[in-house]
Design a protein around this ligand. Structure first.
Ligand code: PGI
Length: 447
């Protein structure tokens, strides 16, 4: 082992999942349906008609999965709470059975020396709230803060790192603009409204935390660096629009209290003017940025590409099964960008990982996944390089602990460092899990 890649003392090593992707048992113990429980039943929306009805059966197998994390030596676990387990109608009546499940999960994590990182919202809106307009209804900021307060009162202290939303960009772009994700809307007027209400809900939940909580709360965003396909003015303008739309649309309001100017250019008449007091709510200070990194985009101008007029350019490089270029330098570059644009905030890499075809489980106890091993090693080294450049990176959560339901792609894409046989629910660590375990145990020296 070399000192070359030693990480700072106390660097938080863990893995990440989300409720709908792994739990199964969507309606047991008093839980209400979510928009994903509905969406997977909409013909044609999910690969092979796959659903989260069973998924990794984590709701029942969580003790075994926590034991697996402990055997791998993980120090932390990022998971999300299914809002509709806690508030089956999204607001009002609290469901004790839902709170009890997360009590059991959090206590089991703590008993095993694993720190819980809790995400309040990872895309699974209670269906009852969608029936009232969901993210299009301005009241959702209060609904979300009410749900968040129930969780703060029950878990703060045992949970010391909270996140309000997972990836508001995906919620808006996937759920309201392009329609590939729940609730499946395709409306350029709805997208900016959903974005603004997500940010107001984030702000209201942070405000509620400051009144009730004593630890840390942040926002999780997906960031994808955009590189111009050429130095033409057209391509550079396309990069500015794409960067504003994905990377600055959420962090600028939170850190600066304003949207990037390019958004009005992109959405035109569909871009509303919002009252100043909204931005005072949105810009509540946060304690850290959760950064989900997967890939970059080389971007060119494309007059036909709605609404950005920007399109990706394929590179001569390795691509993952989800069509994402393997580009670890983009992780270093984006960490430096965060350092410089937002004043070097504490950052947790809350997701990073890759889906590659995994050969069928070999005999014995480890499945070989050479491409994922290579991806993991290169991206951790990219983080180390950013830390050496002064970026305040505090931890890394590998996406994902388990193969799970990859949203509209169903079970066809495997991101887990642990293989799941969805017929038998057998877990089999992959070689990437064995490597990650050594890296965690040596605080990076095994890299
Ligand atoms: O796609 C892998 C993971 C999902 O399984 C997580 O639930 C989600 O938080 C997440 N975000 C991203 C990057 C943003 C993105 C999501 C979906 C499609 C394209 C980009 C990748 N992932």
């Amino acid at each position: 082992m070399s000192q070359a890649f030693e990480f700072p003392q106390g660097f938080l090593w863990g893995s990440a999942t989300s409720a709908y992707q792994i739990e199964g048992s969507p309606l047991v113990d008093g839980a209400g349906p979510s928009i994903w429980h509905r969406f997977v039943r909409t013909p044609g929306m999910v690969h092979d008609g796959d659903t989260g009805d069973v998924a990794c059966d984590h709701y029942r197998r969580y003790k075994d999965d926590v034991r697996l994390m402990r055997e791998l030596g993980l120090k932390a676990y990022r998971f999300s709470v299914a809002w509709a387990r806690i508030l089956p109608e999204g607001k009002g009546r609290v469901n004790p059975g839902g709170l009890d499940f997360y009590d059991r999960l959090v206590d089991t994590l703590l008993e095993n020396g694993i720190e819980p990182l809790l995400t309040l919202y990872h895309w699974d809106l209670p269906a009852a709230l969608d029936d009232r307009g969901g993210w299009l209804n301005p009241d959702i900021a209060h609904w979300f803060a009410e749900y968040a307060s129930v969780m703060y009162r029950r878990f703060d202290g045992r949970v010391k790192k909270w996140a309000t939303l997972n990836e508001p960009w995906v919620v808006t772009d996937g759920g309201y603009l392009h329609g590939a994700l729940a609730p499946g809307h395709r409306n350029r007027f709805e997208a900016p409204i959903a974005t603004h209400h997500l940010l107001r809900a984030h702000g209201a939940a942070v405000q509620a935390y400051r009144a009730e909580g004593k630890h840390a709360i942040g926002l999780v965003v997906n960031l994808e660096p955009k590189y111009a396909a050429s130095d033409s003015a057209e391509d550079r303008a396309a990069v500015r629009r794409a960067d504003a739309y994905m990377n600055r649309q959420y962090l600028d309001p939170v850190f600066f209290g304003r949207y990037p100017d390019e958004l009005e250019e992109i959405f035109g008449e569909a871009w509303p003017q919002w009252p100043a007091e909204d931005f005072e709510l949105i810009r509540q200070p946060i304690d850290y940025v959760g950064f989900n990194y997967y890939t970059r985009s080389v971007t060119r101008h494309d007059e036909q590409a709605w609404p950005l007029k920007a399109a990706p350019v394929k590179q001569h490089a390795t691509y993952t099964e989800t069509g994402w270029e393997v580009f670890p330098q983009g992780l270093t570059d984006t960490l430096v960008w965060l350092r410089d644009r937002y004043g070097n905030p504490p950052v947790y890499i809350t997701e990073n990982g890759s889906a590659f075809y995994d050969p069928p489980v070999a005999d014995g106890d480890t499945l070989d996944d050479p491409l994922r091993v290579d991806y993991l090693r290169k991206h951790l080294r990219a983080i180390h390089a950013a830390i050496c450049m002064g970026c305040d990176v505090r931890g890394y959560m590998a996406w994902s602990l388990l193969d799970n339901l990859e949203w509209s792609l169903g079970f066809s894409k495997r991101f887990g460092i642990v293989h799941v046989d969805f017929q038998t629910q057998k877990r089999t660590p992959k070689r990437s899990a064995r490597l990650y375990s050594r890296i965690v145990g040596s605080n990076g020296r095994a890299l």
